[in-house]
Each structure stands twice: as structure tokens, then as C-alpha cells.
Design a protein around this ligand. Sequence first.
Ligand code: ATP
Ligand code: MG
Length: 266
Amino acid sequence: IINRTDFESALGEMTPAFGVAEEALERCITGGIIKYDQTVHQILDSGKDIISAVRSHTPLLSVLLYGPPASGKTALAARMALDSEFPFIKFISPQAMVGFNDMMKVQYMQKIFMDADKSPLSIIVIDDIEDIIDWIGIGPRFSVTVVSAIRALLRQNPPGDKRRVVMTTTAQREALSQLNMLDRVFNAQIPVPNVQGLDALNRALAKGGMTDREAEQTMALVESEKGSQISVGIKKVLEAVQISQAVDMKSEKCAEVLRAFMVSQY
Ligand code: ATP
Ligand code: MG
């Protein structure tokens, strides 16, 4: 059981008045950002455009990064936030709110936005928004309290000439559509696709730590079973490489792990 005092002291510890959540964000990018495809450049460029608009004049821009599980949404949002070099950068994630009831969540987020309001330029990443609002697709069910608070926070301009970027990630864009949030809350939506096709997979494997030969062999195994129309999240590709590093038959192991996560059509 978490009582009020615990909660208040936790708030105090978690959110200093100013500062950058650099460490929390770095931890989201432990696999780096591999340029396996042109789309990766395009996503980073879209993010840069949004951040420069806010740096130069726009009071508030809110962007949604959406895509299948493991496609790299969190890492890309974290990379863009860190690259902004804004004086205030914060990472809001469901993990930081484990055990919070709805009111605690709302207060926690409101505090972060209030702190951001003190900074001339701020960027707030809201990760896995569907989990923060307790979205359950059946019903559907969700926390009305948290949804209305987020809606208000995302739409409210920072005071005076302060300016802000909010980057939200989701694997459930459909949830936000049903909540009527897509057009009304977000200024831009950036799709984050899986690694698609053999060429992109080959580059991801090689840059993820395999030798060219291991990557070739892995590809051949994957293709023989799944064909060339393959699609898999970058996070899964890197996990497959990691797991295979520890064994003798690297390519076989890697292909086996990949196959389990692969969508055969895209
Ligand atoms: P989930 O659906 O579980 O939230 P996700 O889509 O948020 O997953 P991440 O948690 O961002 O995926 O995992 C991506 C991992 O892959 C990170 O470790 C990141 O460093 C690494 N990575 C390598 N290249 C890229 C890339 N081009 N884009 C995104 N992440 C990349
Ligand atoms: Mg994520």
C-alpha cells in the first residue's frame, strides 16, 4: 500500500524543478539507432523539423510516434528528445507510475508539465500512452480521468513566450482514434514501421553486430521459410543477434529467434 506521504516524497525525488532526464532516455537507446533503411532518416528528419519549429517560434507542437510493438518508437523519441538539447527534457513512462491510482498519475504528470512551464524550451516524451491510460481494447475500457487530464495537458500552450514539444509513443494508434485524440491533440503523426524486406534486414543484422557472412546465412534461412516479404521490429532483430552471439550456430539461432517474431506479410 502506498500512502500519501510516500507518494509526495516520491514526487519530490522523481521530478526536480529543472533538469534533464538524460539517463532515463539514454537507457531507451542501448541498441543505438541503426540506419537500416531510408525511413529511419526520414523519421529523424521529421522530428528535427518539429523541434526546430518550436526552437524558433511555435509555442507548442505535439507529435505521435506510432507503430507495431518493438519497431523502435521509444528509442527514436528518446534520440530526438536528447538531440534537441532543450534545457528541460522529461520522460514520462508507465513504468514510473506503477502502483499509482488515477489521481496520482494525473498529479505526477501535471507536476512535470508545471516544471516544464518554467523553462523557455521544453520537451516531454510520453511513452506508451495506451498503458498510461489503462487502455483495454475490449469494451473498450480506459481511465476517463487520466485521458481527460492528458488531453488538457497536451493541448495547453505553455505560458508567455515559453515553448514546448510533446512526443507521445503508442503501439495502439486505434485507441487514440477511438478516443478522438488523433486530430485534436496531435499536430503531426509519424509512423514507425518494422524492418521490412531482406535488404533492410541484412543491414540491420550486419550493423547490429553480425559478420557479413553470418548475416547472409541468417537471411538465407529466413528467406527459405518466410519468403522475402518479411517484417520484424528492430528491437527483435537486435535481441536475436544478442541471443545468437552466445551460441555456436549463430546464424541458425538468429534465424530461429527471428522467425518466431516475424510477420510473413506486410
Ligand atoms: P515497444 O513496442 O516494446 O514499446 P519500441 O517500439 O518502443 O518497443 P524500443 O523500445 O524503442 O522499441 O526498442 C528499439 C531498440 O532498438 C532500442 O534498443 C534501440 O536502441 C534499438 N535500435 C536500433 N536501431 C534503431 C532504429 N533505427 N530505430 C529505433 N530503435 C533502434
Ligand atoms: Mg516503447
